[in-house]
Design a protein. Structure first.
Length: 365
């Protein structure tokens, strides 16, 4: 509804009703805006344009032509998050999903592709059962035991929509559902682009667990621990890890740990915790590692897989972008529309479509 969109966009901007009225130079009173948000009055087209400009959102977002809304949005880390944080994220997700649905409709693709790999949600009796769940998902998806080269690509392939955006400082990601007026709910996983690639991969596996585990079967803290166990087991299968490092270790060096984190594409801290989970190292060894060679690893990633200047670029979601360029190449959307959907300048989109200028043709036909 327009009312909900105006209220959410205002909270995202951090405006009070009076602030928004002032941003529109008094063309609309605070009282009138309050009526819009309560659904007691409908703004004219001119007022809607003014609201969109003042709130820095698209007119299409305020009109809510897709009839979609988010549900189940829950920041796993609630500390230091505000109502404005939540509004910013929800607005970003809604705008992105609307653009995603538009391009899927143009290409006549089914958006409700997600199929849970197992009967779910799965009721777990204990945290340790999360490891068996991870093994079952790997088996169902025919992944074998090898490290997963690209988590984002895997989840997109399985029908989950993945969005990478700035999130509040202590929030690495969350999962939610997009409710549609005429269709099945769409599961979306949102991850922060402020964290390292290693952290993002773990977050994706963690949020996948939340899509699979029954939220009522365990207390909140145990549910989070189970999701962490699932993520570790999914990215670092026990059998593969034992083959690489041996069943029991009394010592392990820096170079070997760095090579292992590169192999599994996980954080150094997560690797050490996983080695303890599979009983390769003892509690004492884990404690000693975090007091010695890994003393900074909980806050500073050693030998990052992704340079800081490329933060958020590797293993990023690409399906939406591919669909836009596919529709553009086939003449189903205009260059202007592609620019709008991709939020890129027309010149950039055109250059990406044509490729190197010495090519004989704009694109293959």
């Amino acid at each position: 509804m327009i009312a909900d969109r105006i209220r959410l966009a205002r909270r995202k901007a951090g405006f009070s009703l009076r602030d928004l009225s002032a941003a529109m130079e008094g063309r609309v009173t605070a009282q009138a805006i309050g009526k819009y948000e309560r659904g007691e009055s409908t703004p004219s087209s001119g007022v809607l344009l003014g609201l969109a400009k003042a709130l820095d959102v698209s007119l299409g977002y305020l009109l809510d032509t897709q009839g979609i809304a988010l549900s189940g949005v829950e920041f796993r880390t609630k500390a230091n998050t505000t109502a404005r944080d939540r509004a910013e994220v929800e607005t970003e997700v809604l705008e992105w999903v609307e653009r995603y649905l538009q391009i899927e409709q143009v290409l006549e693709l089914d958006s409700a592709e997600w199929q849970c790999p197992l009967p779910c949600p799965r009721r777990l009796k204990s945290i340790v059962e999360a490891e068996e769940l991870a093994n079952e998902v790997r088996k169902e998806w025919e992944l074998g035991l090898d490290p997963i080269p690209n988590m984002t690509e895997l989840l997109e392939e399985k029908g989950l929509k993945v969005l990478t955006v700035p999130l509040p400082a202590r929030v690495s990601g969350f999962t939610c559902l997009v409710q549609r007026a005429d269709g099945e709910p769409l599961p979306v996983i949102v991850v922060s682009n402020q964290f390292s690639l290693e952290r993002r991969r773990l977050t994706l596996a963690h949020e996948l667990a939340h899509r699979l585990i029954d939220t009522d079967c365990l207390p909140d803290k145990d549910e989070e621990k189970a999701a962490n166990v699932f993520a570790g087991a999914f990215l670092m299968p026990r059998a593969h890890l034992l083959k690489e490092v041996g069943k029991t270790r009394h010592a392990i060096g820096y170079k070997e740990l760095i090579d292992l984190k590169r192999l599994y594409r996980v954080s150094g801290a997560a690797l050490l915790v996983r080695l303890r989970q599979v009983d390769v190292i003892s509690d004492a060894m884990l404690t000693y590692a975090f007091q010695s060679i890994a003393r900074t690893w909980r806050t500073q990633e050693p030998v990052e897989l992704e340079p800081s200047r490329e933060r958020g670029q590797r293993e990023r979601a690409r399906r939406f972008e591919r669909l836009c360029y596919r529709a553009l190449a086939e003449g189903l959307i205009s260059l202007t529309k592609a620019s709008e959907l991709l939020r890129q300048p027309i010149s950039t989109v055109e250059a990406d479509l044509k490729g190197p200028q010495d090519a004989d043709a704009d694109h293959c036909q």
